[in-house]
Ligand binder design. Structure first.
Ligand SMILES: NC(=O)c1ccc[n+]([C@@H]2O[C@H](COP(=O)([O-])OP(=O)(O)OC[C@H]3O[C@@H](n4cnc5c(N)ncnc54)[C@H](O)[C@@H]3O)[C@@H](O)[C@H]2O)c1
Length: 248
């Protein structure tokens, strides 16, 4: 198998889809993960195949990444299809915002399971494969909110801050096997997730961006492609902020 393979979780839309398309355009095979059969995955597959460089192959893999058994089965299916895994991009994430006083236990647990437990599930499933190959890249999408905090997002901020600690620790565990582990911390990026914000909240965020523009999913995709490349082989345990210098 000549092309390297990248798994991108939560890639049916938004940042995940842009990351998958960015890798496909650079010639990587893509395992495009999605959670529900609601049709968006078909459009994503089409877009990613259209973006793919000659020879790069793209396939859909269904799994809810908050569930360990589904992650394990997906990784086995990806290996059966592509023969190996060069990089994992942990992108899937959700918000269930609310002030702590009103936040239910369910809201808290759901966000931790989807945003954080998924990183454990997927990293654990791919690590034996990468260790055997003595090469690989694990890249997780955290958030500036995990660094600065944000009122109304204790659950989300906790999940994203924990990803940074997880990344630093895993990088130290498996660095000797030639595997790098890094995070990307996006700022305010235009997707369905931020579309849900009110106009006032959007304006307040925009005013804090030094580059005076809202980020595009492709800005994150370019950073992910860099971290997965040979050019980034001496970078590990880092969090790369891609946020136009936003200050929360
Ligand atoms: N948009 C931003 O401004 C922004 C900023 C910082 C960080 N992020 C992070 O970037 C990532 C992508 O966000 P987005 O803005 O593209 O969001 P989005 O809501 O547009 O897309 C998220 C994707 O993740 C998938 N997903 C959610 N739970 C899943 C699960 N359990 N299993 C499999 N797939 C699942 C969804 O189906 C969806 O396709 C998230 O981790 C988010 O926290 C986004």
């Amino acid at each position: 198998m000549s092309n390297k393979t990248v798994i991108v979780t939560g890639a049916a839309k938004g940042i995940g889809l842009a990351i998958a398309c960015g890798f496909a355009a650079r010639g990587y095979n893509i395992a495009l993960n999605y959670r529900s059969d609601n049709g968006t995955q078909c459009a994503a597959l089409e877009a990613c195949r259209a973006a793919a460089k000659d020879g790069a192959e793209v396939e859909l893999f269904r799994a809810d990444v908050s569930k360990a058994d589904e992650c394990k089965a997906m990784v086995e299916a990806v290996i059966a299809r592509f023969g190996g895994i060069w990089a994992l991009v942990n992108n899937a994430g959700i918000t269930r915002d609310g002030l702590l006083m009103r936040m239910s236990e369910e809201q808290f647990d759901e966000v931790i399971a989807c945003n954080l437990k998924s990183v454990y599930n997927m990293s654990k499933a791919v690590t034996p494969v990468m260790t055997k190959a003595r090469a690989g890249r694990i890249i997780s999408i955290t958030s500036v909110v995990g660094i600065y905090g944000n009122a109304g997002q204790t659950n989300y901020a906790a999940s994203k801050a924990a990803i940074i600690g997880f990344t630093k620790s895993l990088a130290k565990e498996i660095g000797s096997r030639g595997i790098t582990v890094n995070c990307i911390a996006p700022g305010f990026i235009e997707t369905d997730m931020t579309d849900a914000l009110g106009e006032d909240a959007k304006k307040a965020l925009y005013d804090r961006i030094a580059l005076r523009r809202i980020g595009k999913p492709e800005d994150i995709a370019n950073a992910a492609a860099f971290l997965a490349s040979e050019d980034a082989s001496y970078i590990t345990a880092q969090t790369l902020s891609v946020d136009g210098a936003i200050s929360l």
